[in-house]
Design a protein around this ligand. Structure first.
Ligand code: PLP
Length: 402
């Protein structure tokens, strides 16, 4: 016997497993549309030019060292992160009612927020996640100890759009004071976001039911290419209610492995803000002690310099623009092939992903027959498509749905 007799083998993570299968595949036309990571038109990872510049500035700055950061992170980073999501003229920031702490990317921000709520709201509190959602949401809230993690209606398969009525019905039916996880923009996996008017209605119901809004913002700047537009929902809620927003800089800065993120919190008073911040720091201390510096320095360098900021906005447009172009190219290719069904949703959905409508068997067949790696829910990362593989992808899809 060993100390580990009770330990069964855990199943592999779906996304990371897909990437491993893709890498092991030797087929010349293989395509990876599984992972949500940006690729350039040659299918290569892209280090943003503005990030390269910031890296050089940091490396050449001999005043910097490798001392520990404060528990709550690099102050010039967290303040800029909060400004980025809440806006230049944010009343909450100007009234010192908002704070931010640095986290291990977006995942760490969601986890820190979940740990905080488990401690101060209790693990009996109902947690509502959109159906469908990023698979890790469920794992994070379960692991944080919540006993009642459920879904709210979100996606409407027939229209491939938002089921607003269903969503409001479920929000109304939940116990008062539930925690509701909302995707700030570029909903993963569906690419379907509420309109501003729909957000207002969602806020009405949330506030009437005293629900807590926990925004997950992994794609600011990626949805529309406009950082302010992508923050609309969060900023609107912040005018009416307290909230959490988990921010990731993995996608919009291409800093995937630097684990750069923040948990920004809007409260009703400066005193509450400081109390919440102190407790978040206490939780962080026990979990990670203090966060890593390099990614935070990069983001801080860019966000706090007007010229670099403008360059970043331009780099973001390059990414969102290429993704938009792939939407058009895929749509056009399917039209040309006369592929059965309506594919308008490829153009309508936004952000990194398209929710194709392929079922599990069809999604799997894309892999076994055509070496195209995608998740079984029919989601494809548009960033995995390029000028040279989009035709092949369209032909394969066409074959699969006929
Ligand atoms: N939340 C959503 C909805 C995501 O899609 C992702 C990344 O795929 C994340 C959070 C967290 O990403 P990271 O931890 O790499 O910042």
């Amino acid at each position: 016997t060993t100390h580990f007799d009770a330990v069964p083998l855990a199943p592999p993570d779906v996304i990371f497993h897909l990437t491993a299968s893709y890498k092991a595949d030797t087929h010349a036309q293989k395509v990876n549309v599984g992972v949500g990571a940006y690729r350039d038109d040659n299918g290569h990872p892209w280090v943003l030019p503005v990030v390269r510049k910031a890296e050089q500035l940091i490396v050449n700055n001999h005043a910097l060292d490798h001392e520990y950061l404060p528990i709550e992170g690099l102050a010039s980073f967290t303040s800029a992160a909060a400004r980025l999501i809440l806006g230049k003229d944010s009343p909450a920031l100007n009234q010192n009612r908002a704070i931010a702490v640095q986290t291990i990317s977006g995942t760490g921000a969601v986890r820190l927020g979940a740990d905080f709520l488990a401690r101060f709201r209790g693990t009996q509190t109902k947690v509502l996640l959109s159906n469908p959602t990023w698979a890790n949401h469920k794992a994070i809230f379960n692991d944080a100890g919540f006993k009642d993690v459920a879904d709210y209606t979100y996606y409407h398969p027939a229209t491939r759009g938002l089921d607003l009525e269903g969503m409001l019905r479920d929000l109304r039916a939940a116990p008062e004071g539930s925690i509701v996880v909302l995707h700030a923009c570029a909903h993963n996996p569906t690419g379907v976001d509420p309109t501003p008017a729909q957000w207002n209605t969602i806020a009405d119901v949330m506030i009437a039911k005293k629900h807590f809004a926990f925004f997950d913002c992994a794609y600011q700047g990626f949805a529309s290419g406009d950082l302010d537009r992508d923050a609309t929902a969060v900023r609107y809620f912040a005018t009416r209610t307290e909230l959490f927003v988990a921010q990731s800089f993995a996608k919009n800065f291409g800093l995937y492995n630097e684990r750069t993120g923040a948990l920004t919190v809007v409260t009703k008073s400066p005193e509450t803000a400081q109390a919440v911040k102190s407790q978040l720091a206490k939780l962080s201390r026990a979990a990670i002690s203090n966060p890593p510096a390099f990614g935070a320095r990069i983001v801080s360098t860019v966000l706090n310099d007007a010229a670099l900021y403008a360059e970043w906005v331009d780099n973001l447009k390059t990414m969102s623009g290429r993704i938009q172009l792939m939407r058009t190219k895929l749509f056009d290719a399917l039209q040309k092939l006369g592929t059965p069904g309506s594919w308008q949703h490829i153009l309508d959905q936004i952000g990194m992903f398209t929710f194709t409508g392929l079922n599990a068997a069809q999604s799997q067949a894309m892999g076994t027959k055509f070496h195209i790696y995608m998740t079984n829910n029919g989601r494809i990362s548009m960033a995995g498509l390029t000028s040279s593989n989009v035709e092949y992808f369209a032909q394969s899809l066409d074959w699969i749905v006929r």
